[in-house]
Design a protein around this ligand. Structure first.
Ligand SMILES: Nc1ncnc2c1ncn2[C@@H]1O[C@H](COP(=O)(O)OP(=O)(O)OP(=O)(O)O)[C@@H](O)[C@H]1O
Ligand SMILES: [Mg+2]
Length: 273
C-alpha cells in the first residue's frame, strides 16, 4: 500500500521497524485432559498503522494469538515484542473487541466505553470527553446515556469498538467482532470499521472467517494452517483506500478472494481419504 492510497493517516516510512512482533511462538494449553498444542513456531509482525486479518480453520489458534497479544496468556516458547520490548503482561495501550460486545447491562453506554479507564482510576472530565468523541465516531453520540439493552446488536458492537479505543491503544485486537450480526449489519459495520481505522490510524489485528471481509478491510491477510497454527500464506492486499462496495466487484478484489479460497480448498482436498 502506498501512503497516497490511504488518506488521513501518517505515512509509514519504508523499512520501518515492526511495532508488534511474535517470534517463533508456541503455545501449549495444559489441562487435566492432557496438553493441546495450539500454536507452533508462529512468527508474525505487525507494522504501525497496519490492518492485518488472520484467517484459518476453526480451532487453529486464532483467538489464542489475540489472548497472547493482549498479554493475558504467556507463551510456552518464543517471544512477543512490542517496540522491541518483551511483552510480560496486560498493557493499557492494547484494546480488545470481542465477538460479543460484553457490555455491562446496568451501566450506560458512556460508562461502558469508560470501563477500561475505570479499571485503573476515576475517569476525569477529559476521559469523559474522549468517550463522547468515540461514541460520536461510531455514530452513537445520541445514545451515550442510554443502556445497552436499548441498542441493536450492531449498535452494541459499536459501543464495544469505542470501548476498545478509549485508552488510545497502539493496537486494536478484534476477535470475530461481527460474527453475531446479521448479513446486512455486518456489511455496514465492515465499511464503518474501515472508516474508524482510517480516522484513528491505529494498528488492527482482525480475526474473521469471512474471506471477502478480510480482503475488503486489510493491508495484509495471514492464513494459518490447522492446529497447531502456523502461517501458510501472507498476502498483501494492494487495493487503494477507501474501499467501497464497488471495490468488491473489481477483478483484483475477486482474485485475492479466489487465491484465499483456493488455500482452504486445497487443505480440504488433502484431508479427504
Ligand atoms: N483454555 C484452554 N484449554 C485447553 N485447550 C484450549 C483452551 N483454549 C483453547 N484451546 C484449544 O486450543 C486450540 C485453539 O483454540 P482457539 O480458540 O485459539 O481457536 P480458534 O482458531 O480461535 O477457533 P475458532 O475459529 O473456532 O474461534 C483449540 O483446539 C482449542 O480446543
Ligand atoms: Mg476463536
Amino acid at each position: 500500500m502506498t501512503a497516497a492510497s490511504k488518506p488521513n493517516v501518517l505515512p509509514t516510512p519504508d523499512g520501518v521497524q515492526s511495532s508488534i512482533r511474535m517470534d517463533d511462538v508456541s503455545l501449549v494449553y495444559k489441562s487435566g485432559r492432557g496438553n493441546v498444542e495450539a500454536l507452533a513456531d508462529l512468527s508474525l509482525d505487525l507494522k504501525e498503522g497496519e490492518f492485518l486479518s488472520v484467517l484459518g480453520p476453526s480451532g487453529c489458534g486464532k483467538s489464542t494469538i489475540l489472548k497472547i497479544l493482549s498479554g493475558l496468556l504467556p507463551v510456552t516458547k518464543g517471544k512477543v515484542l512490542i517496540d522491541g520490548a518483551e511483552l510480560k503482561g496486560p498493557r493499557g495501550d492494547i484494546g480488545i473487541v470481542f465477538q460479543q460486545p460484553t457490555l455491562l447491562a446496568w451501566q450506560t453506554n458512556l460508562q461502558n466505553v469508560l470501563m477500561p479507564v475505570r479499571a485503573s482510576k476515576r475517569p476525569t472530565a477529559s476521559d469523559r470527553e474522549r468517550a463522547l468523541k468515540l461514541l460520536e465516531l461510531v455514530g452513537l453520540e445520541e445514545f451515550a446515556n442510554h443502556y445497552p439493552y436499548e441498542l441493536s446488536g450492531g449498535m452494541q458492537q459499536r459501543v464495544g469498538i469505542a470501548r476498545g479505543l478509549i485508552n488510545d491503544p497502539r493496537v486494536l485486537l478484534m476477535d470475530e467482532p461481527f460474527a453475531a450480526l446479521d448479513a446486512m449489519s455486518r456489511e455496514t459495520m465492515t465499511t464503518e470499521l474501515q472508516q474508524i481505522w482510517m480516522a484513528t490510524n491505529r494498528s488492527v489485528v482482525f480475526i474473521t472467517h469471512s474471506i471477502p471481509e478480510a480482503v475488503f478491510l486489510s493491508n495484509r491477510v495471514v492464513t494459518l494452517s490447522g492446529r497447531p497454527g502456523r502461517v501458510v500464506d501472507d498476502l498483501t492486499i494492494d487495493l487503494p483506500f477507501p474501499r467501497t462496495i464497488d471495490t468488491m466487484s473489481t477483478q483484483p478484489f475477486n482474485e485475492y478472494c479466489h487465491h484465499l479460497r483456493a488455500l482452504f480448498q486445497a487443505k480440504e482436498k488433502r484431508q479427504q481419504p
